[in-house]
Write a protein of this length. Sequence first.
Length: 207
Amino acid sequence: MYGSCHPGERRGRMMRAAMREMMGHEFAGRGRRGFDDDGGRGGFGGGFGRFGGPRAGRPLGHGDLRLLLLALIAEKPRHGYDLIRAIEERFAGAYAPSPGAVYPTLTMLEEQDYIRAEASDGSKKLFAVTPEGLAFLKENEAAVQGILSRIDLTAAAYAGHATPDSVREAVKTLKQALHMRRGPWSDEETARVQALIEKAARDIVGG
């Protein structure tokens, strides 16, 4: 990956890549690229690999999002945004499906007569389950329970490896300091800030 560059330069590149990863992934499930067939965002990257924890595999397989959304709507009528937040809560913050995956799936469920949109304040649709939807859930009860069990396992595994809130806030403070810094970035200042961040990264990794 790094060719035949000097070991020191290679370590520098790796450290900068690690810092970009850390700065760009403050919190799993916050606007990241999807990793399952239904689309989503999360910090797993196909597991817990990015955070140094156990690889837990994909939390949702093909078709799981449809059943999960329907099961949540069967609990009580929900808006699309409420469904995204409900799934994120069940995953203990480790994963949330993207709106680009949720809303087309809701449209599909509505076209299949499994849910219907009820009148709601504002422009949001409030989705409720239909008798056909309840029957479909009953037919797929085992699959739904399997999905919920996998979510519980994923959330439990992630809980032991999640970055503490205080550390995430410290990362936000660092990002804010970089944004608030005034004046041009001279070569000397760039090297100074880079050295500070890379030293912090080395200290963190080195424990």
